[in-house]
Design a protein around this ligand. Structure first.
Ligand code: ADP
Ligand code: GN1
Ligand code: MG
Length: 371
């Protein structure tokens, strides 16, 4: 996608194409997501300061933004119906603001960019690295409830906004192709990382096999349950709203739990360069397992059996994606410095090692949690 737009005149024009109240004051880049361009828009609402969340959808990655928005409108409308009666329903699910011209959930600008506008959720925030086990518990329970509330979403099936998103075997194929092409001459530098993947290749298809034989069902899942994709209430600490809904689509509940383990148990930032600081914190794992199992009332025994395996699997998969992107010249994930995708990959692989060492302790925790 083209470089971020910072021209206030352009951003104002985009904002004013939506049916939003208030007088535009400014739009500033916001958050630490790797995919979309996100802005906090400040407005004056008849003299009172207020905000909106404006995003340019990354259409290099989401090839059919209409399909993404169709999913988000259906999912948020369903959640809102379920939340009817809740005092603060507009903080508990994203609210999509329609376009002025045609009422559609996004606006296309003359340059071909796709934009959307949400209500800004106030008095809550996201964290890139969490500090307390309570945060892990709340985040996991919020993601579990999200899955649970969507279990009865009426047909048709949601669009697959990125096909085979968590398919580790497809991700391995992409890595193999990037190694083969070695378009930027980076292969020699990553020999240790390639060997790390090789040593685990045999287990990469395990959940796909259990899904194919019918043990593990398809559900509606979030598919990007990174800890900074759930907002925690500033006052109560509660997991108030699940955000970043671009990848809500059919998937395995286990991948959502695995990505929580990857991101919420991490003791470091995702791109930490000092690997001695990197590891998976068992106390955070326990809090996640408790929170998730409290909210995921639908889970089958076969899914519960694989909760421990899901963490290292999804962490390996995302590490493979960072490595692939590094080899391909950093074209997918936003980077702020050279080598950042390789650092991210190394952190993921260190996290996998740390989880592997704690497999028995994690299994004992899952076994001990009553539902
Ligand atoms: P990306 O897909 O690039 O990760 P996100 O949708 O996760 O983009 O948004 C980036 C960040 O913006 C989030 O981590 C969160 O901090 C913030 N954010 C997103 N949506 C909202 C919202 N509706 N209200 C307040 N903050 C939000
Ligand atoms: C991206 O959009 P964001 O930053 O929440 C990515 C996830 C990765 C994550 C790694 C659509 O998430 O799949 O796990 O980075 N999202 C997409 O931090 O590829
Ligand atoms: Mg995000």
């Amino acid at each position: 996608m083209a470089t971020a737009i910072t021209d206030q005149h352009v951003l104002r024009g985009v904002f004013e194409a939506f049916q939003a109240w208030g007088d535009f004051e400014c739009a500033e880049p916001y958050g630490s997501g790797h995919i979309n361009d996100t802005y906090r828009v400040r407005v004056s609402l008849a003299g009172t300061p207020a905000h909106y969340l404006l995003q340019r959808i990354n259409h290099d990655i989401f090839k059919q933004p209409d399909g993404v928005m169709d999913n988000i409108v259906r999912v948020t409308a369903h959640l809102r119906t379920k939340l009817a009666g809740s005092a603060d329903a507009s903080r508990r699910t994203l609210t999509v603001i329609p376009a002025r011209a045609d009422g559609r959930p996004c606006v296309r600008d003359p340059a071909g960019n796709w934009w959307r506008l949400y209500l800004f959720i106030e008095q809550a925030r996201t964290y890139d690295v969490i500090a307390h086990e309570r945060q892990a518990f709340e985040a996991a329970r919020a993601f579990a409830r999200f899955q649970s509330l969507l279990a009865d979403l009426p047909a048709p099936r949601l669009h697959e906004t990125i096909p085979a998103f968590h398919n580790t075997l497809s991700r391995l194929d992409a890595l193999d192709a990037a190694i083969q092409a070695d378009a930027f001459g980076r292969k020699a530098e990553v020999a240790a990382e390639i060997a790390f993947v090789e040593a685990r290749r045999a287990s990469c298809g395990h959940l796909l096999e259990r899904h194919a034989c019918g043990d593990i069902p398809e559900r509606i899942t979030h598919n990007d349950t990174k800890i900074n994709n759930v907002m925690l209430d500033d006052a109560t600490g509660e997991g108030v709203c699940v955000i970043d809904l671009d990848t809500v689509m059919p998937g395995l509940a286990l991948y959502d739990f695995g990505d929580m383990v990857r991101s919420a148990t991490a003791s470091s930032r995702e791109d930490e360069r000092d690997l001695s600081k990197v590891g998976s914190r068992i106390g955070m794992f326990e809090a996640l397992a408790r929170g998730y199992l409290e909210g995921a009332d639908f889970l089958l025994p076969a899914e519960r059996e694989e909760l421990v395996f899901a963490g290292p699997l999804i962490t390996l998969t995302i590490g493979i994606r960072f490595l692939t992107d590094y080899l391909a010249g950093d074209v997918y994930f936003r980077t702020h410095r050279p080598g950042q995708n390789l650092d991210r990959c190394r952190v993921q692989f260190q996290m996998v090692r740390s989880m592997e060492e704690q497999t028995a302790a994690m299994a004992a925790i899952v076994h001990s949690v009553r539902t």
